[in-house]
Design a protein around this ligand. Sequence first.
Ligand code: F6R
Length: 243
Amino acid sequence: MKIYKAKDYNDMSRKAANIISAQVIMKPDCVLGLATGSTPVGAYQQLVKWYEKGDIDFSEVKTVNLDEYKGLPIENDQSYYYFMHENLFDKVNVKPENTNLPNGMEPDAEKECARYEALIQSLGGVDLQLLGLGHNGHIGFNEPGAAFEKETHCVDLQERTIEANKRFFASADDVPRQAYTMGIKTIMMAKKILIVVSGEDKADIVAKAFFGPVTPSVPASILQMHPDVTVVADEAALSKAPC
Ligand code: F6R
């Protein structure tokens, strides 16, 4: 596990965007695993800027997102589909047919999860998976206690996650209760993983996830077992880490 300390959020975003950009330059038809949430927004903005300058070309890139709320239509501005279009897809030259997210409107969870997992396999697997880190150590929607051997599946969101996400909805009652997410096994099969973390409020979980024991009660701790993980975190997020 390589850990890069960034000065602040902007520095973290630039470093992360550099790593993603290097992946696209070295393998123009790579499969990028993407994340939503507030942390990667700055990296996406940086990638858009470089695209506009002609420094990065997404025309052959394929993308697979980590997760999607179950039951939210793509037109809903809180769907992850909407987020990805707003923050990246509509601003660069990635082909719409090369972008993939779980279909939150498919009610048959078993069918949708099997489709998504097969799709990832059919693309040859993920070359670089971008992740954010939840306050409880979740990655994707794999909450504490999630089995490490799971592939894409449907989860019931935990109270803390609903609380954290309610700021984006009219009220906590409007936050969907379920989501489709790549499982830990799916994430661990990515050839490379890049996890971005920012802010003092993540300092405790950063210390636990990357410097504590590997345990299902901190899902991100399993990343310590992956052969090619890069953590890009700002000073505040690393303030309780022994490094
Ligand atoms: C997003 C995702 C989540 C977030 C995590 C951190 O696709 O799967 O695991 O990465 O909740 O969210 P932020 O970045 O908003 O703190």
